[in-house]
Design a protein around this ligand. Structure first.
Ligand code: HEC
Length: 157
């Protein structure tokens, strides 16, 4: 599925709560009915955001594309599984996610960095509006990437 279409799912799934998150490549067993806790989805989002950044920085656009899809799903999950999360807070993430998608498609490092800043502002705006302003996400600058994953594209390791 094209990345832009994937991102568009976010808007649909956020507004129609009966529509599940886009069918994943590895769907869970139908017996697995336990929704993850919201903090688990958010902890996943944090790692996806970090990996997305390093993949883009390393110009591994395939990996960036993959991480953006995961992050988009985490955001959609927050809207679908948690009625306490205002849907409008999630749909405002759509444009920043699409902007990152466009930068990835264009392979444009500068646009990628700028769009990641916009996306990160979106994370923090929702935290603030939900009395979680003490959870502040930033662009990874001097931190190390998760040391057990190689971010450069295959063949350039
Ligand atoms: C639609 C609202 C919303 C958006 C958008 C959102 N979050 Fe959250 N996030 C929350 C809420 C609410 C909590 C606190 C959950 C709780 O108190 O159980 C949270 C908690 C967190 C936590 C703390 C988890 C922990 O256990 O320490 C992290 C990290 C986090 N979010 C990362 C992100 C990242 C990264 C993004 C953007 C890519 C993001 N969030 C976007 C609503 C949002």
């Amino acid at each position: 599925m094209k990345l832009r279409n994937w991102c568009a799912i976010l808007a649909v799934s956020a507004t129609v709560t009966s529509v599940a998150v886009a069918q994943p490549d590895f769907p869970p067993s139908p017996n697995a009915r336990v929704a993850p806790r919201l903090v688990e989805a958010m902890n996943a989002a944090q790692l996806q955001h970090l990996k997305l950044w390093y993949a883009g920085k390393s110009k591994n656009w395939d990996l960036a594309n993959f991480e953006l899809r995961q992050l988009t799903d985490s955001m959609a999950q927050a809207a679908i599984f948690y009625p306490g999360v205002p849907v409008s807070n999630v749909t405002t993430m759509k444009d920043p996610l699409l902007s990152v998608a466009d930068a990835i498609t264009a392979g444009d490092g500068k646009k990628f960095a700028a769009s990641m800043r916009g996306l990160t502002d979106g994370c923090n705006a929702c935290h603030t509006s939900m009395e979680r302003g003490f959870i502040t996400i930033g662009i990874p600058t001097d931190q190390r990437a998760p040391a057990n994953q190689i971010f450069t594209p295959p063949g350039k390791h």
